[in-house]
Design a protein around this ligand. Structure first.
Ligand code: SAM
Length: 272
């Protein structure tokens, strides 16, 4: 399939505001889908189907694909590129305007999210599926390399941040593959990488998700401040109370947010 010719024939104009940088290397896309761990029994959600290149590599390997796409100009193109598949359903809607309940009711069971995400909503999409989804088993996303490094970072490194801790609380992230910018059409200003998050909601018992989210947000609120100082400010507690909370959990009182594991944050949220 020559996607570039199909796009040209349809006079398709790329919308920068939608983060439209398409992948047209079918070997690369096939490899990403293989590494995602899906099989003939799987259901997949794809966000941002574009010209349907990744969609077709997914459709070949799974039972059903639900694709979401904001740009209706892609309709005639997708009719052509996906014509051979009867297991693909495309919903032309803004994914950010559909509730998680609506998405999951439509799918009606377990699924994997596979996507080459539009860069401007990468983090909100990942966080929504991490925090709100109940049936999502894994998230395999092509994203800006720097963001992928954050998702997979270890504590005590500069890449480790609130998103890393949030992911580690309900799953595990791993790097699947690096993708140079030259692989995209049109070529963007940044390199990308594919990260896989395997969700395991039973990894830890989180008694109060909102309390956990608040303590993580607080810890990374002022990155250069110590955790104690961030806690004092947000929770209106004394220095002694903040230091006691950390000491009880064997966390040094000089620690900064990036030194705490997801488990440390869960325990801290229970006592703070
Ligand atoms: N999957 C295709 C590929 O790999 O070539 C396209 C990926 S491109 C990086 C991102 C796609 O997301 C674009 O087709 C864009 O129109 C679509 N998109 C952007 N914002 C969206 C939104 N809010 N909801 C659904 N799709 C969106």
């Amino acid at each position: 399939m020559d996607v570039k010719s199909i796009l040209k024939k349809n006079n398709f104009t790329f919308e920068k505001k939608y983060g439209q940088n398409f992948l047209t290397d079918f070997d690369l896309l096939g490899r990403v889908v293989e590494k995602s761990g899906v099989n003939k029994d799987s259901t997949v959600i794809e966000i941002g189907v574009g010209a349907g290149t990744l969609t077709s590599e997914i459709a070949k390997r799974v039972k059903k694909v639900y694709g979401f796409e904001i740009d209706t100009k892609l309709k005639p193109i997708l009719n052509e590129t996906l014509s051979e598949f009867d297991n693909v359903e495309i919903v032309f809607q803004d994914i950010m305007k559909i509730s998680m309940k609506e998405i999951e009711d439509k799918i009606g069971g377990k699924y994997t999210l596979i996507a080459n995400l539009p860069y401007y909503i990468t983090t909100p999409i990942i966080m929504r599926f991490i925090e709100e989804a109940t049936n999502c088993e894994a998230i395999v996303v092509t994203i800006q390399k720097e963001v992928a490094l954050r998702l997979c970072a270890e504590p005590k490194t500069s890449d480790y941040g609130s998103i890393t801790a949030s992911i580690n609380a309900v799953g595990n992230a791993e790097m699947i593959e690096y993708i140079g910018r030259e692989k995209f059409y049109p070529v963007p200003n940044v390199d990308s990488a594919v990260a896989k998050i395997t969700i395991d909601k039973n990894k830890y018992e989180i008694k109060d998700m909102n309390a956990f989210k608040k303590v993580v947000k607080t810890a990374f609120g002022m990155r250069r401040k110590t955790l104690v100082n961030n806690l004092i400010k947000e929770y209106k507690i004394t220095r002694e109370e903040a230091e006691n909370a950390l000491t009880n959990l064997n966390i040094p009182i000089t620690a900064r947010g990036e030194e705490l594991s997801a488990y440390d944050f869960i325990k801290l949220s229970e006592i703070i």
